[in-house]
Design a protein around this ligand. Structure first.
Ligand SMILES: NC(=O)c1ccc[n+]([C@@H]2O[C@H](COP(=O)([O-])OP(=O)(O)OC[C@H]3O[C@@H](n4cnc5c(N)ncnc54)[C@H](O)[C@@H]3O)[C@@H](O)[C@H]2O)c1
Length: 253
């Protein structure tokens, strides 16, 4: 093999920052990248109790907090090579359901949070020769699902931002991609079920919607994030990769 990188340890020596890194997909991604050699820094409003990784209680809605946390990571590790913009919050309802404050709150995390963290990390990413940004979008950016007007809008904007950033930084050698998960079995979905009047019926509906008739695992999404972040994927940029049990493209009945 002519590559300079060993598959399985291709992240050796690279520094990866993961927002939402204590959540379901974020913690699976931390585990995955770390197992393949990355030095992982986890940013989350929930402080990690896992001492395996560098972690910082950082709120991505606060620009000063983001600047502080990213500067501290760069100082601690001496570099930032990979950024996973994964933190997100949900919202339900049609277009009339949410107040201006709720629209601003969800955009503030799901879109503006990714902007803030990327802006802060950019000077360090520009110094890496394998720099990569991966954003966690969602199937709802591409498929109209009921009662997801606000949440879907944030993820559609995040996909547009992914492609725009990929174009802006292609000359600098910084790749920018996104994953687009379907419904994944994480604490997020557990919360949705807990809030539902009929959790069993809701769970059955979520599974029935997936062409594979099962939820996606956090590790399956982490694997796709790692594929996009990997230096071995050096020709892949501006891509939105579905991890959705077929939901984007299949009709099975
Ligand atoms: N679970 C799914 O079905 C699904 C499907 C498609 C996309 N996604 C996306 O995947 C990403 C991860 O979701 P998950 O399922 O792991 O949910 P999760 O709730 O387990 O993880 C989300 C994490 O983001 C963190 N977070 C929220 N607001 C933050 C803030 N202001 N600053 C820093 N951290 C913050 C939370 O504390 C949490 O740890 C989200 O962007 C979500 O929109 C999830």
């Amino acid at each position: 093999m002519s590559s300079a990188y060993t598959p399985g340890q291709e992240f050796a020596g690279l520094v990866a920052v993961i927002t939402g890194g204590t959540g379901g997909i974020g913690s699976a991604t931390a585990e995955y990248l770390s197992a393949r050699g990355a030095k992982v820094a986890v940013l989350d409003v929930n402080q990690s109790t896992d001492s395996t990784y560098y972690s910082d209680r950082c709120d991505i809605t606060d620009d000063a907090d983001v600047q502080r946390a990213i500067t501290a990571i760069a100082k601690h590790f001496g570099a930032i090579d990979i950024l996973i913009n994964n933190a997100g919050i949900g919202a339900g309802g049609d277009v009339t359901a949410n107040s201006d404050e709720e629209w601003l709150k969800v955009f503030n995390v799901n879109l503006f949070g990714a902007v803030r963290v990327t802006r802060a990390a950019m000077p360090y990413l520009k110094q890496s020769n394998v720099a990569s940004v991966v954003n966690t979008a969602s199937v709802v950016a591409d498929i109209g699902l009921p009662n997801r007007a606000l949440y879907s809008s944030t993820k559609g904007a995040l996909e547009a931002l992914t492609r725009a950033m990929a174009a802006d930084y292609i000359a600098a050698g910084i790749r920018v991609n996104a994953v687009s998960p379907g419904t994944a079995d994480t604490p997020w979905v557990a919360r949705l079920l807990a809030e539902s009047a009929d959790p069993a019926a809701m769970s059955a509906n979520l599974v029935a919607r997936q062409p594979m008739k099962r939820l996606i695992t956090a590790h399956e999404v982490a694997h796709a994030i790692a594929y996009l972040a990997s230096p071995l994927s050096s020709s892949t940029t501006g891509t939105i990769l579905p991890v959705d049990a077929g939901l984007h493209s299949l009709r099975t009945s």
